[in-house]
Design a protein around this ligand. Structure first.
Ligand code: GLC
Length: 419
């Protein structure tokens, strides 16, 4: 196994290469962040950036702070933290024509992404940024969680909804195919982009007013992974308030976290399949494709042990998730699973990703499954050792795919620290 020092050296090298610094004339803010990959993703993405801050916090706390400051510099008055900030847009105009993005301004998207923010902020504060930094960023972070609660959870069941497939961060996951009207025999980037437009274009006609977007009932998904991360983020916010001696803030965030966890457990668990499923539409119809997000509630501290047992069994089954290099994003037994690279551009349809392994391994440890967690950590490290920091990997052969020099795959460093 690669030594920690060597791994850290490679991560530092990557984080120098992918660093973006400057001053944006369109908003007068300075920026300093790590982009996901210089070749395909030179801008700042919300959940990527949170992972980058967590990685940075173990060797460069000042850059970890800059990463989050840049992320929140353009937080919106309604609380939204846009999922992409196009800091240096003018330099990459051609690249933008290849993206399907809904814009709020030419420089900011009008979408959310999984709310990893609370956890990223708590980690950076805990690892050395301290209370002063927490005090600086908490107001914007709190406004984001209030936005999610107020705007994205209109039925107040504790589960937030994504209104477009890319808002979950799992852009092309097959679990949305049927709901989007994409036929199993014609899954192509063109079809999925057309499906995205069928959702996003009518939103334009209502000026992307969230209430009206919900009323259209085109794509409303209470996604299990997003909500598990939401619960985790709310707990982290409670921890931050405790650090700041704000017991009212801590109690409120804990109340919300517990409500989200309860809703996941009560509404999303399918006892027959032993898996958690997303709920779609106003009617909250379960989307019953087994993907790694079905396993995410392993992270919930309040998960009953019978449910943790059920999820672990799926992870141990070689027909489903126990691949040579786990955890495939889609159960190998699902007809829609494609473990190889798909036309180079379709994501989350089978290959193994490092950030989801980072979560699942932690969830397993929380529920006493250290050996299984170790296996996932070791194989994640093996993936990056064999194929470098790629966007995703073949779960049986370790071949790397997608973007090269992909920043969040450096989470292996954090996994090694926790091992
Ligand atoms: C892809 C992924 C998304 C990620 C972005 C940048 O769009 O689907 O989750 O944030 O790339 O890495």
């Amino acid at each position: 196994m690669m030594e920690r020092d060597e791994l850290e050296r490679r991560v530092k090298h990557l984080y120098v290469r992918n660093r973006q610094q400057g001053k944006a004339s369109w908003c007068e803010h300075e920026y300093d962040f790590v982009c996901p990959s210089t070749g395909t993703y030179p801008f700042q993405w919300l959940w990527d950036s949170c992972f980058h801050a967590i990685v940075l916090s173990s060797f460069d706390i000042e850059r970890a702070k800059s990463e989050l400051r840049s992320l929140l510099a353009n937080a919106q008055p309604d609380g939204l933290v846009p999922h992409v900030t196009f800091w240096q847009r003018d330099r990459y105009e051609e690249m933008l024509s290849t993206y399907a993005i809904a814009y709020r301004t030419p420089y900011l998207s009008d979408c959310m992404q999984p709310p990893v923010l609370g956890e990223a902020l708590a980690t950076v504060v805990r690892r050395g940024a301290g209370a002063a930094f927490a005090r600086e960023l908490m107001p914007a972070a709190r406004r984001f969680y209030d936005y999610l609660d107020r705007v994205r959870d209109p039925d107040q069941d504790g589960l937030v909804a994504v209104l477009q497939p890319d808002e979950s961060g799992l852009d092309h996951t097959p679990k949305y195919d049927a709901y989007l009207g994409v036929r199993a025999d014609c899954v192509t980037i063109a079809e999925l982009t057309a499906a995205w437009h069928r959702v996003a274009d009518p939103y334009g006609a209502v000026e992307r007013d969230p209430e009206k977007m919900f009323a259209l009932d085109r794509f409303i998904v209470e996604d299990v992974m997003v909500n598990t991360i939401y619960a985790e983020g709310q707990r982290a916010m409670a921890e931050l308030y405790t650090t700041l001696d704000d017991s009212a803030g801590a109690a409120e965030m804990l109340r919300r976290a517990e409500r989200t966890e309860r809703a996941l457990i009560d509404k999303c668990f399918d006892p027959e399949r032993g898996l958690f499923f997303d709920l779609a539409g106003q009617a909250e119809t379960p989307l019953r494709t087994s993907t790694m997000t079905s396993l995410f509630p392993l992270l919930l501290p309040s998960l009953p042990s019978s449910m943790a047992d059920a999820l672990a069994r799926h992870l141990e089954d070689p027909r489903e998730y126990a691949a040579e290099y786990p955890v495939p994003t889609v159960a190998l037994s699902e007809p829609l699973c494609e473990p190889g690279s798909m036309q180079g551009s379709l994501v989350f349809r089978g290959p193994t990703w490092i950030h989801t392994n980072w979560y699942i391994a932690r969830g397993l440890r929380r529920h006493g499954r250290g050996a299984l967690a170790d296996r996932i950590v070791q194989s994640s490290i093996a993936l990056t050792a064999k194929s470098g920091f790629r966007e995703y990997y073949h779960p049986q052969t370790a071949e790397g795919y997608g973007a090269q020099g992909f920043s969040w795959s450096a989470l292996v460093l954090d996994m090694l620290a926790a091992d």
